[in-house]
Design a binder for this molecule. Sequence first.
Ligand code: ADP
Ligand code: ZN
Length: 603
Amino acid sequence: MAQARGLLRRIFGHSDFRGLQADVIAEALAGRNALAVLPTGGGKSVCYQIPSLMRPGLGIVVSPLIALMADQVAGLRQAGVAAARLDSNIDLDERADTWRRIGEGKLDLLYISPEGLMQGAMLERLASHPIALIAIDEAHCVSQWGHDFRPEYRMLGRLAEVFPNAPRIAVTATADARTRDDIRSELKLADAREFVASFARPELQLSAERKKGRGRDRVIELVMERPGRSGVIYSGSRNGADEIAQALRDRGVKADAYHAGLDKGVREKRLTRFLEDEGAVIVATIAFGMGVDKPDVRYVIHADPPASIDAYWQEVGRAGRDGAPAEGITLYSASDMAFAARRNAEREVAEEVARVQMRRLRQLYTMFEGATCRAAAVRRYFGETDVQPCGQCDICVDPPRLRDVTQEAQKALSAIHRLNGRVGRGRVVDHLIGKTKDGQSFEASLTTFGIGAGWPANNWRDLVDALLFEGLAAEDPNEGKPLVMLGEADAVRAVYRGERRVFMREAVVESGRTRMDRPRSARAALAEPPEEARGLFEALRAWRRGRAAEQAVPPYVIFPDRTLLEIAVARPRGSAQLMACGGVGQSKLERYGEDVLRIVRAN
Ligand code: ADP
Ligand code: ZN
């Protein structure tokens, strides 16, 4: 392990291992299989990169996306590691060169997609060379429970037979117990030791708000409050992504849309621009994701929410990968949930899968609506115990007081029952407060007509939403004019009997408005240098931009923000002091040391 630590310092410039890295590496060095679940930004890559460098032979890394591989390979080359990738974008000459280096034993790491690995004679060809290790990145893709299921991952089970002597290391940032079981059985990793890190992401400040209207204006406002910072905005639809990006551009923000409806070339160009520009914002559908490894994303905004806590954590986790403060802000509504539920229902999957997906959807919205620390709720969902509140999410900072609205819920449910699935949400509310619509006398004759007259319409609207979130009521999409009906019978019965209580946030109940009306503490979490280091920090960033442009790599491949920040504060006077800064390894010192020291002296 001393040797491993030496490599970590010399090549990657990190002073020591973090979290479970050392344990996973020790396991791989001993030649044993492992399954590691480490949170995004937790440093999964060194877990297989270092043992690949130390064990004789080639390290193979199976990774789902070309963009992700390209980034990693560029980063490794910067650090002086012999790395290459084989994918459809690599031309014949380079392929030949890569195979030659493999033959000569001069390549340390080979990145390849699952399809590429399983193609033709690839496996046989690789099997004729000594293999140090096989890493399977984003291993949760093997599970049909997961949100990124990729059928081609299933074929990776064959690796066990073809490479019986190479340790196989499966890594992922998201896998609940069930997904972990799937990974084990599909990838033939029954004997693998499991390393599950804490899902805590202390740098992330989380919040969730109910949407007002479509929520677009709020998204624009949030972005404008965070000028010059890189952000990812997730939109549920391509149109939505285009619209938001356009609205942002109209206001001078460097924003692009990114979705599957765009040409591959356009997508790639936009992705590159996003990666290379420190202040860029990308407005994307979920077509954008796993490939994105930009460490200085300062916020992720869900203009429309994802479909599970797994997906939420994965997506929010793209902020703050450099460990500096970042934000995850979600806008959600009851109709978003209904829409997602409908999509689940339309998908052709086994009934059990559909049920699991529905439950996951509900768990996500219960978290949004709940009064529990966001971070703690997520960590418990992933099976962590002994979880403390994070102290910085919207719930921790401004705990909502809850009011018991069980009686009102009973009234609303009776009304929904009587109206018998014939009307939508707005009409249920009108019915409760006793507002008639002409020609609808059947409503006025029902005993529930006007039983809610003592409460404002806004409260009823929020309560009906709450009932939908909790599954006590359900919406039938009815081609865009959703009808409300009763939800799960047992749960509804429990509310009627008073055995199950229904709560709403006090702020919502009192004013009929939501938390998002309140002024937010304006502090946007940012990686800001202290006043006296600011000039140097900016100078270093300007220099980095130049070097990055020269080599056509993203700036953070040269040095991440965090490293520049550390340098700006430490003001190193020589190589030894510079090497002491996190992220400065031997190769980078040789390449950039002189430049950086010169800039420090001059600023
Ligand atoms: P992920 O687990 O999300 O794949 P990466 O492997 O990309 O994470 O690492 C995330 C960031 O953490 C990178 O910037 C990497 O340089 C940094 N990192 C990894 N290991 C360490 C460590 N032991 N000490 C400090 N920083 C580290
Ligand atoms: Zn919290």
